[in-house]
Design a binder for this molecule. Structure first.
Ligand code: AMP
Length: 588
């Protein structure tokens, strides 16, 4: 395939705002291509060379890319840098300068997809002292033979700025349209949810059809999308929903990890699919030592504990283990335990379709429990009194609340989906609402008074699971301490966008826009209808959106959550409907 074909599709995708149209552009493209190319095409549409959990990045800084552009376009670096300051995006700089060069150069060799992939792989693996020079050269070779549009997308890919709007859900729609039927979409999505590898799903569909995708199994080394919980405002409603009886587990306030164990080797993944093994080497070693089966995939929450008393410490303590530097010291200073709560694979067997009790039994039997490896505390409850007693015990033991889990026959592990098989119930002392919200930052307003010169307030959004859009729910200006205010530009400015990002639905216009990448935890007093916010406007019935009243930042940056894992528009709408019924229940 010629890379020019792919770049032309990227341009078409960029020009449309409609998800339907994007899916149809992609599906036509998939249908017409050689099946051997589809895997790379899918990764590149998302600006990647391979799935996220491989954790490798092309990692070229803007400055390095400017050097490649200068060399390929035959323009002095100073001029390229000046243009970059003006345009802000190396992709646009490359497009402009390559266009000028094309007017005088008659010959260049057309770029094939295979050659682009070869050079990008070499850029990815370049290391050692002269790695920067190597990367610059490899990119310059490609830019030399690029058209202006091809150059624009190459530079966006290597700098991690590829945002043509091809989200995972759109690509799955396109794959269903190209190789199966709409009705097969859930089966295809299941394949993606248990592998987190869109390229693999696309290639399997193109070569083996739907049957191939159906036979994809959970496998050690390939993380699954995690199962998520719904929320309800009272223990009474939880029991009602679960048929009068359910398992309740402590809801620990730590970092969720998925452990893949194979013949004594352990890899730990976060819910964002980052490899956390080097952050929790002690937990990995304890799991390897305590595991009685050959292969396993389990899930648990890593929580920091007091060295002397074993008491659980607040979330902020365990986050020190996510630091890039000083990890050895952090491992020595901050003891961590893993509280395991699920097992989705054991000794060659996929357990995701087994009911909760079977999975829990398999988990308990597969590990030596004790020391750093624990099971979540669990009790089966059959009355509101028992449920409230367990909830209060959880709070006394410094947990956030409880997770209720269905005991029904169909209480399977639903990778990647949120449902009422698991229901969370938390107590938030500072808020009238029973729960906090994890919201994506999509914009900022410049500060006034004491905050002049920096950002004063942020525009926050929730994720609409139906449309894939980020819809605004509040303007957040409270709860920031001086340190956070000073650090805001460093935290947010990587995602700066000159115009409203294509994935953001907003009526308000902030001073600056951000691509949704940073998630913050927010509490609020109430959810109310709002003429200025866009969340849930399709659900409220009268077209008005929902907004949070008196929002306040809790101080917690949810860097363990992808923006599309933030509190959804659908959840906020559900909470809005429940808000006036019942309210919070504390058992006091
Ligand atoms: P939230 O992040 O508020 O949506 O709550 C869901 C998170 O609670 C999960 O992703 C886990 O990280 C965490 N968690 C803590 N304890 C448990 C448990 N016993 N079962 C499942 N998840 C738990």
């Amino acid at each position: 395939m010629l890379y020019a074909d792919l770049a032309a599709r990227f341009e078409e995708l960029e020009a449309t705002g409609s998800r339907l149209e994007m899916a149809s552009i992609l599906s036509d493209f998939f249908k017409g291509m050689d099946a051997r190319d589809i895997r790379s095409v899918v990764y590149l549409s998302q600006g990647k060379l391979r799935p996220d959990f491989h954790g490798v990045e092309l990692g070229m800084s803007d400055r390095l890319v400017l050097r490649s552009i200068s060399s390929a376009a035959g323009v002095p670096l100073g001029k390229t840098e000046k243009l970059w300051i003006e345009l802000g995006d190396p992709g646009l700089v490359a497009e402009r300068l390559i266009a000028v060069k094309k007017q005088t150069t008659l010959f260049s060799e057309p770029l094939t997809l295979a050659r682009v992939i070869r050079n990008l792989e070499a850029i990815e693996s370049a290391d050692g002292r002269d790695s920067q020079t190597k990367k610059t050269k490899l990119l310059a070779q490609l830019l030399h033979d690029s058209s202006p549009v091809e150059a624009r997308f190459l530079c966006r890919i290597v700098t991690g700025r590829m945002r043509v709007g091809a989200g995972a859900m759109t690509i799955l729609d396109a794959l269903a349209e190209a190789f199966a039927g709409k009705e097969d979409r859930p089966l295809i999505e299941r394949g993606y949810n248990i592998t987190c590898d869109l390229g693999l799903i696309a290639e399997t569909l193109a070569t083996e059809g739907l049957e191939g995708v159906e036979s994809i199994k959970v496998a050690v080394g390939s993380p699954l999308k995690v199962m998520l919980a719904e929320r309800l405002p009272s223990v009474e409603q939880i029991l009602e929903r679960m048929g009068g009886r359910c398992a309740m587990e402590y809801k620990y306030d730590g970092i969720r990890v998925q452990a893949h164990i194979s013949a004594g080797e352990v890899r730990l993944y976060s819910r964002r699919l980052e490899d956390l093994t080097s952050n929790f080497p002690d937990v990995a070693a304890a799991l390897a030592a305590g595991c009685r089966v050959k292969d396993a995939i389990i899930e648990g929450e890593c929580v920091a504990v007091d060295r002397d008393t074993g008491a659980m410490l607040p979330f902020q303590t365990v986050t020190h283990r996510r630091k890039k530097h000083g990890m050895e010291q952090a491992v020595r200073d901050i003891p961590v335990r893993i509280f395991m709560f699920d097992m989705v694979y054991a000794d060659g067997e996929d357990l995701t379709a087994r009911p909760y009790e079977e999975r829990r039994r398999a988990l308990a039997e597969s590990f030596e429990i004790g020391g750093q490896v624990e099971l979540t505390k669990m009790r089966v409850v059959g009355s509101v009194e028992e449920g409230l007693a367990f909830f209060n015990e959880a709070l006394e033991d410094k947990c956030e609340g409880i997770m209720a889990k269905s005991l029904a026959e169909d209480s399977v592990y639903r990778a990647g989906s949120r449902g009422f098989l698991w229901v969370k119930y938390k107590r938030d002392y500072e808020s009238a609402l029973t729960d906090s919200f994890d919201l994506a930052v999509v914009g900022a307003f410049f500060g006034m008074g004491k905050r002049t010169g920096g950002y004063g307030a942020l525009l926050m959004a929730s994720f609409d699971e139906d449309t894939g859009m980020f819809c605004t729910v509040c303007k957040l200006g409270t709860g920031f301490d001086d340190g956070f205010l000073a650090g805001m530009p460093a935290l947010l400015d990587d995602g700066l966008s000159e115009t409203r990002p294509r994935s953001v639905d907003a009526k308000m216009t902030p001073d600056v826009w951000f691509e949704p990448t940073v998630v913050l935890e927010v509490v609020a007093a109430e959810i109310s209808k709002s003429p200025v916010h866009t969340a849930a406007s399709a659900l409220t019935g009268d077209g008005s959106g929902l907004g949070l009243r008196f929002p306040r930042f809790t101080g917690r940056v949810r860097d363990d959550k992808e923006p599309d894992q933030c509190t959804s528009v659908q959840e906020i709408h559900g909470m809005y409907l429940l808000q006036d019924r019942g309210g919070s229940e504390t058992g006091e």
